[in-house]
Ligand binder design. Structure first.
Ligand code: A3P
Length: 315
């Protein structure tokens, strides 16, 4: 009943009000929820998703840490999964931003979005332990994308400066941004727990979690697309391979193509303050070399030595 719904909403508001918060350069306010820092305005959707989402084995979940190059695999996975419905001439990517085609669950009210065509393709930034029970239990595949942490921090600096400029707020230096990054009280961090949570799961359940790296996509997009297609149970046929379907998808989803589309050049993402064009910048591996001071590099390297190298993960 609607009064029951109101009670539930009140209970969620109370829960959110009771959480520790953190305010910093990167807006909005963040709350510490289930051991990660979540932008507070996203919590109602996220909690509703955790409570109401019933995963189906056919669903596909795309997960990343913000600024790990999420936009790219959104376009790629969508194209792979829907290649029998859409060709390059009529793909929805021509008229919608990849974030509109594959929504983040935390940007949508739940229950929903039903009426989605199956297989449902959804994206999220939440850490593995915070995924709904039904996602972890079911056979629905999870694709995780990560990126060299130094490129991620540089990318995130540019992105958040753009947001700040659009709100007429003062800018800050990369050094300040790096400090914020190290303090970890923002954007679905701790960063290292986020990565290792999915990494460990991909080792234990390789059919459940596919762990991709941005750098590998850059190096061998065709090989990586084949891996994705097999992982979601839709391997490319010989005919498709010979007909150049993989290369076509790669080209359609390239930074150059997507960045050049009218739909991605201006305007904001639905329900957000985010400029669509801010998701496309340089897309270069190792961009950090021109920006990051040696002391920052040392600091990140020593954290990586401690937190991820022992798990066999390298960048
Ligand atoms: P840079 O800022 O280094 O250029 P996210 O998608 O997680 O928000 O991450 C954004 C980063 O991915 C940006 O990196 C952006 O340029 C890059 N990116 C977006 N679309 C891409 C694509 N189609 N191919 C390669 N990189 C892409």
């Amino acid at each position: 009943s609607s009064s029951k719904e109101h009670d539930q909403e009140d209970a969620i508001d109370e829960l959110i009000a009771s959480l520790p918060i953190s305010k910093g350069l990167v807006r909005p306010v963040h709350s510490l929820y289930q051991n990660f820092w979540c932008p507070t305005p996203l919590l109602p959707n996220l909690i509703a998703f955790q409570r109401h989402f019933e995963a189906k084995d056919k669903d596909i979940l795309l997960v990343s840490h913000p600024k790990s190059g999420t936009t790219w695999p959104k376009a790629l996975v969508f194209s792979v999964v829907n290649r029998s419905r859409f060709g390059i001439s009529n793909t929805p990517l021509l008229s919608s931003n990849p974030h509109e085609v594959v929504p983040f669950i935390e940007h949508k009210p739940w229950p929903g979005p039903d009426g989605m065509t199956e297989p449902r393709l959804l994206a999220t930034h939440i850490p593995y332990p915070a995924l709904p029970e039904s996602v972890r239990r079911s056979d629905c595949p999870i694709i995780y994308i990560c990126r060299n942490p130094l490129d991620t921090v540089v990318s995130s600096w540019h992105f958040h400066l753009q947001v700040a400029r659009s709100e007429d707020r003062p800018e800050w230096s990369l050094e300040e941004h790096f400090e914020t990054f190290c303090r970890e009280e923002i954007m679905f961090r701790p960063f290292w727990d986020h990565i290792t949570g999915y990494w460990k799961e991909s080792l234990e359940r390789p059919r459940k979690v596919l762990f991709l790296k941005y750098e590998d996509l850059k190096e061998d997009i065709v090989g990586q697309l084949k891996k994705v297609a097999e992982f979601v149970g839709l391997p490319f046929t010989e005919e498709e391979e010979e007909g150049g379907v993989i290369e076509e998808i790669a080209k359609m989803c390239s930074l150059k193509t997507l960045q050049g589309l009218e739909v991605n050049k201006s305007g904001k993402l639905l329900n957000t303050i985010l400029e669509k064009r801010s998701f496309f910048r340089k897309g270069v591996v190792g961009d950090w070399v021109d920006h990051v001071a040696p002391s920052m590099v040392d600091r990140v390297n020593s954290i990586m030595q401690e937190k991820i190298s022992p798990l066999g993960l390298r960048f």
